[in-house]
Design a protein around this ligand. Structure first.
Ligand code: SAH
Length: 368
C-alpha cells in the first residue's frame, strides 16, 4: 500500500489524521457508496468483464424460479390487486427480468405490482432501466429511503447478494475485553487496522462468546439488522413476503470474513477504497432475530441448492435443454450445477424467507 491513490483515499486519510482511526463500517460505507468515487459509482461490477458474477447472471433458472416463488406468495396473500414488488440491489436487472417473464403465468400479479428498484449505483440503475424500463419501475438510492415512504400495499421483496454488501464492524478479543478494529493510516501512508479501546457494540452477540480465545474476531452489522427490522415491520403491517439469498452462516460464529474483489481477484479490503468490491458473510441468525422482533416469522436458512431443487430447478433445466443445441445444453447443465451443487454456490449460499407469522412455510421451505 502506498500514500498515492484516488481523491477518495486522500480524503479518508485526511479525515483519519484529523479525527483519529475510524470504524470499519464508516470506511466501508465511504469506499462503496461515495457519490462519485465510491465503488458503485464507478462502473459495472457485475457480469462479463466485471469484478464478480452472480447467480442470475449464471442461469435464467434462478430468476425464473424466484418469479414463481413471488407469484405463489402473492397468491397466498389473497391475490391483492395492488402490491409493491421490491428488489434490493438488482445489479444488471437480470434476476427481475427473468422473474417477471416467469410471472406471466399470473397476469393479475403483473398488473397489481408496482416495481421498486433500490440501488446505490447510477451505472447499474442505467443497466436496470435498459432491462426493466418496460415495467415502469421507480428507483430509490437506498433501502432507508425506500422504507421511509408510507406504503400500505403488501410487500413482495427479493434481494440476492445485497445483505453481504452492507457494512459491518469487527471486534477483536484481547484478554477479557472486546476491542473494536479501527482503520488507521500506517507509517507508509496506507490504510491499516488498529485496535480501539474496549467496547461492547450494542446488538453484537458478545454473551455467546465469553470463552472466545485471545485474538478471535467477531463481526456485527447494525445496518443489516436495521434493514431486517424494517422488512419485518413492513410485512407484519401490510402482509407480503421477502426472500433473502446470500452467502453466510446460520448460527453465530467467530471469524474474519471481510473480503474484497478487484477485477475478479481477491484484494486487500483496505487498499484502494472505491476500486474493489467489499463484502462480508451474513450472520443469518442476527437477520432472523431482527425480523422476528419486528413481528415477522422467518423460515430457513436453507442451502440455495436445496431451495432451488425444491422449486423445480431440475425440471426447468430439462425443459430448457429439450429444444437446445448441444452447446447450449452444456451451458444450461453447467449453469444449473453451479447454482445447486453443495461444493459450489448451492452450498455456499443460503436462503431465508420472511413472512407474517400466520402463514405456513413458503414454497421451498417445507422441509425445514
Ligand atoms: N442482485 C444482483 C446484484 C448483486 S451485487 C445480482 O444478483 O446479480 C449488489 C447490488 O447491490 C449492486 O447492484 C449494488 O449497486 C447494490 N448495492 C450495494 N450496496 C448498496 C447499498 N448500500 N444501497 C443500495 N444498493 C446497494
Amino acid at each position: 500500500m502506498t500514500a498515492a491513490g484516488t481523491g477518495l483515499a486522500s480524503r479518508l486519510r485526511a479525515q483519519i489524521e484529523r479525527d483519529g482511526p475510524m470504524p470499519l463500517e464508516a470506511f466501508w460505507q465511504a469506499a462503496q457508496t461515495s457519490p462519485e468515487e465510491g465503488y458503485y459509482a464507478r462502473g459495472r461490477p457485475i457480469g462479463a468483464g466485471g469484478d464478480f458474477t452472480t447467480a442470475p447472471e449464471i442461469s435464467q433458472i434462478f430468476g425464473e424460479l424466484i418469479g414463481l416463488w413471488l407469484v405463489e406468495a402473492w397468491t397466498r396473500a389473497g391475490e391483492p390487486t395492488k402490491c409493491t414488488l421490491m428488489e434490493l440491489g438488482p445489479g444488471r436487472g437480470q434476476l427481475m427480468a427473468d422473474a417477471l417473464r416467469a410471472a406471466r403465468v399470473a397476469p393479475k400479479f403483473l398488473a397489481a405490482a408496482r416495481l421498486v428498484l433500490v440501488d446505490a449505483s447510477p451505472t447499474l440503475q442505467d443497466a436496470q432501466e435498459e432491462m426493466l424500463g418496460g415495467f415502469n419501475p421507480v428507483w430509490r438510492d437506498s433501502w432507508r429511503e425506500a422504507f421511509a415512504e408510507t406504503d400500505d400495499a403488501p410487500l413482495f421483496l427479493v434481494a440476492n447478494e445485497f445483505l453481504d454488501a452492507l457494512p459491518i464492524r469487527q471486534l477483536r478479543r484481547r484478554g477479557d475485553a472486546w476491542l473494536e478494529r479501527l482503520v488507521a493510516v500506517g507509517p507508509d501512508g496506507g490504510f491499516a487496522f488498529t485496535e480501539g479501546p474496549a467496547c461492547d457494540l450494542s446488538g453484537a452477540p458478545l454473551d455467546a462468546f465469553q470463552a472466545a480465545p485471545d485474538g478471535a474476531i467477531l463481526e456485527h452489522s447494525a445496518e443489516r439488522q436495521a434493514l431486517s427490522d424494517a422488512i419485518g415491520r413492513r410485512l407484519s403491517e401490510t402482509d407480503g413476503a421477502a426472500l433473502l439469498i446470500d452467502y453466510g452462516y446460520g448460527a453465530p460464529r467467530l471469524g474474519d470474513s471481510l473480503q474484497a474483489l478487484r477485477t475478479g481477484k481477491p484484494a486487500d479490503p483496505l487498499d484502494a477504497p472505491g476500486e474493489a468490491d467489499i463484502s462480508a458473510h451474513v450472520d443469518f441468525a442476527a437477520i432472523i432475530r431482527a425480523a422476528e422482533v419486528a413481528g415477522a416469522r422467518a423460515w430457513g436458512p436453507i442451502d440455495q441448492g436445496a431451495f432451488l431443487l425444491a422449486l423445480g430447478a431440475d425440471g426447468r433445466a430439462a425443459a430448457l435443454t429439450r429444444s437446445a443445441s448441444p452447446e447450449a445444453v452444456h451451458v444450461i447443465e453447467r449453469g444449473l450445477k453451479r447454482l445447486i451443487h453443495p461444493l459450489e454456490m448451492g452450498g455456499l449460499f443460503k436462503a431465508i424467507a420472511l413472512m407474517p407469522a400466520i402463514y405456513p412455510p413458503p414454497a421451498g421451505f417445507e422441509q425445514e
